[in-house]
Design a protein around this ligand. Structure first.
Ligand SMILES: [Zn+2]
Length: 346
């Protein structure tokens, strides 16, 4: 089955206080027509996140779309809590378009992503992306979170927790599993510190994983959702640490996108290689669109986030439909659209 037919799931990691709940609330309020279901792994200060979200009063935050897993760490209770909850959500009459999973931050992301490989889940859901939310203000001061004591209390409150990883290891796990890193509370940190944090954290993520900045979790839902990372197929790469990457400058917090129109393409492999090279060289956050291939009766959907690129045929061309190729390029302001367009055209 093509990825397009599966429900996408986004896993949001990050410690207590990093701003996950504000981010999720912002996503729900700016879902752009997506029906988002939310699984919150809340324990310790039980129910606070769920209460905040239920209070949003929007039609998009329907109670039935918000599930709280309050019985302990989501990765330790995968079989008892997480899988049955997922099954219930996807078997509903009105299944959600997108499932967002907010972990407590104590959870190990890898076993959670692995759970998406279970046959009954895998057939219906794909991990669209793992987003690590980082408290930039805390990290700038050499800590992992604004209140590390609260995280320890959260840990003690969970009897089911069967891993005792120190915070720095959990933090590394969150980063190595991430398809995108959100530096939250960026407004509380000066530009040189933010650049230093980003350069440091880049040593912990997989090569090419993008960093975005936000205040109060305010970020375009189109940047976070729809990453098409299929993380469940890519577990191996989330273990290998310390691939260094060239430092990149992010002077602007705003995003822009533009469309590159390409004609009929005759070499799928060469085109995908060109796209991958363009993303690498131009600091593109995401790229998506469809391609008309010479000799193919279906259109090729192309989706890329950071270093990962996927391509599949989604539907046949309709009779009389013009066979053209169109790619949307998304990045932070300042993209060199002329150079990118020329490069993609080959
Ligand atoms: Zn766990």
């Amino acid at each position: 089955m093509a990825n397009g037919a599966k429900i996408s799931a986004t896993v949001i990691t990050g410690f207590l206080g990093a701003g996950k709940t504000t981010l999720v609330r912002h996503l729900l309020e700016n879902a752009g027509g997506r029906r988002i279901a939310l699984i919150i792994n809340e324990f310790g200060d039980v129910g606070i996140d769920g209460g905040l979200l239920r209070g949003c009063g929007e039609e998009l935050c329907r109670d039935e779309d918000i599930v709280e897993l309050a019985n302990g760490c989501i990765c330790c209770t995968v079989a008892d809590d997480f899988l049955p909850t997922m099954t219930k959500l996807i078997e509903r009459d009105h299944a959600p378009d997108h499932i967002v999973i907010e972990t407590s931050g104590l959870a190990l992301p890898q076993p959670l992503v692995k759970a998406f490989g279970w046959p009954e889940i895998r057939a219906r859901v794909t991990v669209d992306g793992v987003v690590a939310v980082v408290d930039a203000a805390a990290v700038a001061e050499g800590r992992f979170a604004a209140d590390e004591g609260a995280i320890d209390a959260q840990r003690r409150a969970d009897d089911s927790l069967d891993h005792e990883s120190p915070l720095h290891e959990l933090f590394e796990d969150q980063l190595i599993s991430a398809d995108m890193v959100l530096l939250n509370k960026a407004d509380l940190v000066d530009a040189p510190s933010l650049a230093r944090i980003e350069a440091d954290l880049k040593k912990e993520v997989r090569p090419g994983v993008r960093f975005v900045h936000a205040e109060n979790g305010r970020i375009d839902a189109n940047i976070l959702l729809g990453l098409a990372a299929a993380a469940e197929d890519d577990l191996e790469h989330r273990k290998s640490h310390h691939e260094l990457e060239g430092e990149e400058e992010h002077d602007h917090d705003d995003f822009e996108s533009f469309v590159v129109a390409l004609g009929l393409q005759n070499d799928r492999k060469a085109l995908l290689a060109r796209i991958a090279a363009t993303i690498r060289d131009h600091d593109i956050l995401r790229l998506k669109g469809f391609v008309a291939l010479d000799g193919a009766d279906a259109r090729l959907v192309v989706q890329a986030v950071g270093p990962r690129l996927s391509a599949y045929f989604d539907r046949p061309w309709a009779g009389g439909e013009e066979r053209t190729s169109s790619l949307v390029v998304i990045g932070e302001k300042g993209l060199d659209s002329a150079a990118i367009t020329a490069r993609l055209a080959g």
